[in-house]
Design a protein around this ligand. Structure first.
Ligand SMILES: [Zn+2]
Length: 67
């Protein structure tokens, strides 16, 4: 079953937790905030996979302040 295009997911990586998670783009900022606030004292440890961030930048990331 194909994923729908309305809510694509993006990979989030956290090198300190050694995790990679796909997050719906609509929840991206909130999820990153919550993770970094809860686990890393607000430091921006978890972030969008850099390989994907370049592509995202063309789409939405600039507006969302994620890069
Ligand atoms: Zn983490």
């Amino acid at each position: 079953m194909p994923e729908n295009d309305a809510d694509p997911t993006v990979p989030i990586i956290c090198p300190e937790c050694d995790t990679e998670t796909r997050i719906p783009i609509s929840e991206l900022a909130e999820t990153l905030d919550r993770h970094n606030e809860g686990r890393h004292d607000g430091e921006e440890v978890a972030r969008v996979d850099p390989d994907i961030a370049d592509q995202l930048a063309d789409l939405v990331a600039e507006d969302m302040g994620l890069l």
